[in-house]
Write a protein that binds this ligand. Structure first.
Ligand SMILES: Nc1nc2c(c(=O)[nH]1)N(C=O)[C@@H](CNc1ccc(C(=O)N[C@@H](CCC(=O)O)C(=O)O)cc1)CN2
Ligand SMILES: Nc1nc2c(ncn2[C@@H]2O[C@H](COP(=O)(O)OP(=O)(O)OP(=O)(O)O)[C@@H](O)[C@H]2O)c(=O)[nH]1
Ligand SMILES: [Mg+2]
Length: 463
């Protein structure tokens, strides 16, 4: 780790902007206590209070003899703190004006405004957590469902780190053994033995990396939500379905075809699967300029979606336009939904099954709340393979981690191939070492300064 450590004292407002009951201004660094004390008026002297205490008093601008706020101030002495530095947290009354003035005062007294994520960055640089744990802090804040939260918490606990470290350790031991064999060849067939060892280990580690990558698809969905486009012709009930799943009247529903003009996105949790639901304008030929743009956006949403709910109105005959949409979504992950089952059927099922598998078709009535439970079951089944998820399973959900693991997989493949092609051991060693390096990047044992800077800059201010 060669990111230069800075020990100046940083300050930021760590609570969300706006009105609240309390807001917290946080300081971290060597001078945190001194700076806070210089603006704190109280019977407690912060430089003398016991660590991990909270202390009542007032914040006062020493130059202007003006009291800014009545506060509670926590003092936490290094190293048993979040950043492993001295931390002071000033609990202000939760208004933006007062809180900002307190912050300004601290900056005047010698603190520097923190960059986004800088507190967590210090926790990382000071060795309190590794990179994947620091990334989990952000995931935790952004988690949109229980499951996503569990994945993040699990990663914050260091479970992914432990797994990655054990893989690294195994590679390292193998590489060490290879060195020993090369330096002290006791047997004639040492070359052969060494190759076999490398091949076996590369294979073993690769299996485990591949397994982790298989969890990634689900992990990514848990984190970002599954982009799910509701498409179909005008008036089939797309917006009605969105509202039903959301349990909220979000989108406008009318009996007029062409009601939805723009793409509407909403996040909804369906049996633990986080869906980013996208309601679209009904797709049809039209001369209306606004509707035309809407239809174009619908087609774009269709292309970008991970998952498609194609709605048909079963109270109408199957039209060429329906068939066109069925064809356009062929090969994509989709469900065909026949809506308006409360009405008499006009849709020829046999004609439909010429184009789609019966298994992919579901009959519902949004208005009559029929079949929607089955729809939710089906969505959950599709994404969790019908298995009950282990609550504590370790997922890889971070795109950076996924990219690195894919490279590790490739490097390990090269090891296996290299040996099968009887390449010299020292060349194969290079690939094995590369796999070790890239695993290190996940936990941050070997990363570039720029990457660290870039990663933490995505954090919230004050975190
Ligand atoms: N007011 C406040 N609430 C907060 C935080 C914070 O910084 N301030 N956190 C920030 O995100 C989270 C809590 N995370 C924390 C993690 C570690 C330590 C800490 O002091 N760790 C010490 C051990 C402390 C002990 O055992 O007594 C250490 O690791 O050495 C503190 C907070 C959520 N709530
Ligand atoms: N009978 C019946 N009517 C329904 C059902 N679902 C929706 N509708 C009605 O169908 C009409 C159109 O519904 P919307 O949800 O606006 O349809 P849409 O697909 O979003 O239409 P556009 O936005 O115009 O593309 C409304 O009058 C709904 O009340 C259903 O299951 N049964
Ligand atoms: Mg609509």
């Amino acid at each position: 780790m060669n990111v230069t450590k800075e020990f100046d004292t940083i300050a930021a407002i760590s609570t969300p902007p706006g009105e609240g009951a309390i807001s917290i201004v946080r300081l971290s660094g060597d001078d945190a206590v001194k700076i806070a004390n210089s603006v704190f008026v109280s019977s407690h002297n912060l430089e003398e209070v016991a660590s991990h205490t909270i202390n009542y008093g007032h914040i006062k601008d020493p130059k202007r003899e003006q009291v800014l706020d009545e506060v509670m101030v926590s003092v936490m002495r290094a190293p048993r703190t979040f950043t492993r530095e001295d931390i002071v947290e000033i609990n202000c009354h939760g208004g933006m004006v007062v809180t900002n003035q307190v912050l300004q005062l601290l900056l005047r007294e010698g603190a520097r405004i923190a960059e986004p994520g800088e507190f967590t960055k210090r926790a990382f640089l000071n060795g309190r957590m590794d990179l994947s744990q620091a990334e989990a802090v952000m995931d935790l804040i952004r988690a949109k469902t229980d499951k996503a939260m569990h994945v993040a918490l699990n990663q914050l606990d260091g479970n992914l780190s432990t797994l990655i470290r054990s893989l690294r350790q195994e590679i390292l031991e193998t590489l060490a053994q290879v060195e020993v064999n090369i330096d002290y060849p006791e047997y004639d067939d040492v070359e052969e033995m060494t190759s076999q060892l490398l091949k076996e280990k590369a294979f073993e580690v690769k299996e485990r990396v591949s397994y982790l990558l298989r969890t990634a698809q689900q992990g990514k969905i848990l984190r970002e939500g599954l982009a799910t486009a509701i498409i179909g012709q005008p008036n089939v009930g797309k917006s009605s379905l969105l509202n039903y799943l959301l349990k909220e009247d979000k989108a406008i529903v009318t009996e007029i075809a062409g009601t939805t003009r723009d793409v509407i996105e909403e996040f909804v949790n369906v049996r633990g699967v986080p869906l980013k639901l996208i309601d679209t304008a009904g797709i049809r030929e039209t001369d209306d300029i606004v509707e035309k743009i809407g239809v174009e956006r619908s087609r774009k949403a269709l292309q970008e979606a991970d998952f498609i709910l194609l709605l048909l109105d079963q109270s109408k005959p199957l039209s060429q336009a329906d068939i066109d949409l069925i064809k356009a979504t062929d090969g994509l992950t989709r469900l065909i939904i026949l809506n308006k089952m409360d009405l008499d059927s006009q849709l020829d099922r046999e004609a439909l099954f010429e184009h789609v598998a019966a298994d992919d078709v579901l009959e519902i009535s949004v208005l009559g709340s029929q079949g929607v439970d089955e729809l939710e079951d089906k969505i959950a089944d599709l994404f969790f393979d019908g298995n009950v998820q282990e609550k504590d399973a370790t997922y890889v959900s971070n795109i950076r981690h996924i990219g690195l693991l894919e490279q590790v997989e490739l490097a390990l493949d090269e090891v296996v191939n290299g040996i099968e092609m009887e390449m010299p051991v020292d060349l194969v060693q290079i690939d094995m070492t590369r796999a070790w390096d890239m695993l290190g990047e996940i936990v941050g044992d070997s990363v570039q300064d720029e990457l660290i800077t870039q990663l933490f800059s995505q954090f919230c201010l004050g975190k």
